[in-house]
Write a protein that binds this ligand. Structure first.
Ligand code: ATP
Length: 409
């Protein structure tokens, strides 16, 4: 049978991965867990998420009544209800049908209504436990339905109960050492440019750290390098993180709110900084136009996009969101494919000195003898662009769970 769980956390604490781990660990020996549990990230643009829109699932052989009882008990013991906490648990005793795989795709790319999840659970004959408005059922079902053509692993270490809520004690130097040794096979651990420890969450949840990588054995070995406060429990999860699973190729004219897309376009409007340090510019293709945003938290990535000029050809990856600035594509990566050449005038000489400009693109005049040269007769030289062709991504500090790091491409 498959067990799906979601929405057991709130901004004040808890974490659905921990609830999943506790249910698994406290099942009696008559229940056998099959393979790794799965941490499945869903649409990163929907507004209900607490942090990374993660949903959990695992496969287990045993008595479904025991699993349901244990799930209820763990929810009661650990989940602190909050207006935005709407736990959902699904127990599916049959094989995963295609319709559930399709539901995962739907929850990954679109906005899903709670009723859709309810009627699907009913149609599948799955048992469900719902609390609050039952929204958690969406993620619980989608996690079971996830198909992972590409996947990675995350090893999550949990804190001792008495330490939860206190400042996390993790030796940064040990993580830097780990990153030097294992990057890029273990990724998004430390942001060197921004001196940011990316393995530790900022929320007061039971997670001490999460190590992300391509190979679970390597994660286990590498975790031994981390010097930290005591680890209560740890668990390896199979995930769709760092795979770009959320991205669909899409022309600009078809972009809609909540989508995450990859599009090829031309820069159509000059990038400019807004007062909060966000950078905005517009792009266009044959089908439409779109505002692109590189927000302040994307740090040095803003330097790359701010040097683009109208006419440059780029590929963009990002999420479509309705914001105060209008419908924007929040950039995760860009590829600079072609740069428009820019030219500067070679200032002509006369009477042994440089001539004076008459005005922008209006030609030159010699102060000495009064001779004029029309702009059309002025020679030009090609100016080297600050931008360079290539693929660029937001730094680790701003990375979305689903975004595929360039190091994995
Ligand atoms: P964390 O990453 O800390 O576990 P979270 O960011 O996963 O937190 P949740 O508390 O799980 O956030 O809230 C996300 C809610 O949105 C869940 O109820 C989930 O079922 C629901 N949800 C997930 N995907 C969609 C979607 N595509 N459309 C509508 N609701 C969704």
């Amino acid at each position: 049978m498959f067990v799906g769980i979601d929405d057991t956390d709130s901004p004040n604490g808890m974490c659905t991965t921990f609830i999943c781990k506790m249910i698994m660990d406290e099942l009696p020996p008559s229940c056998h867990i099959i393979d790794f549990p799965r941490l499945i990230r869903l649409n990163p643009n929907i507004p209900y998420k607490t942090r990374g829109n993660g949903a959990l699932s695992f496969e287990v052989a045993g008595d479904p009544n025991i699993v349901v009882q244990k799930a209820k008990e763990i929810i009661k013991r650990y989940v602190v209800m909050h207006p935005n906490t709407n736990p959902g648990i699904v127990i599916l005793e049959d094989d995963v049908p295609i319709i559930l795989n399709e539901f995962y795709e739907h929850a990954l790319h679109d906005h899903v209504a709670i009723e859709e999840a309810h009627s699907l659970a009913k149609e599948l004959g799955a048992r469900s436990l719902i609390y609050g408005n039952g929204r958690g059922l969406i993620g619980a079902l989608a996690s079971i339905g996830a198909v992972l053509p590409d996947f990675t692993y995350e090893l999550i270490a949990y804190r001792l109960p008495e330490n939860i809520g206190k400042k996390r004690a993790i030796d940064k130097e040990s993580v830097k050492k780990l990153d030097r040794k294992y990057y890029p096979l273990i990724f998004d651990s430390y942001d060197w440019h921004n001196d940011y420890l990316a393995i530790a969450p900022n929320a007061p949840c039971p997670v001490l750290y999460g190590l992300r990588g391509n190979d679970w054995r390597m994660l286990q070995k590498a975790s031994e390098m981390i010097i930290s406060e005591p680890v209560f429990k740890s668990q390896i999860f199979l995930t769709n993180q760092a795979t770009d699973a959320h991205i669909k190729d899409m022309p600009l004219g078809q972009l809609e709110e909540y989508m995450s897309v990859h599009s090829r376009a031309k820069v159509s409007g000059e990038p400019h900084y807004e007062h909060k340090g966000h950078v905005f510019f517009t792009i266009e293709d044959d089908t439409g136009e779109m505002i692109c945003a590189a927000y302040e938290p994307t740090k040095e990535f803003r330097n790359i996009v701010s040097q683009l000029i109208p006419g440059d050809e780029i590929e963009v990856w990002g999420g479509v969101k309705a914001t105060d600035y209008g419908m924007t594509l929040n950039l995760e990566k860009i590829k600079i494919v072609d740069l428009v050449p820019i030219y500067a005038n070679i200032v002509p000489l006369c009477c042994g000195r440089k001539m004076n400009s008459v005005g922008r693109e209006k030609g030159y005049r010699c102060k000495q003898c009064g001779i004029r040269i029309d702009q059309s007769d002025v020679s030009k030289r090609k100016v080297e662009r600050a931008s360079k062709l290539g693929l660029y991504e937001v730094p680790v500090i701003a990375r979305r769970h689903l975004a595929k790091p360039i190091s994995r491409i």
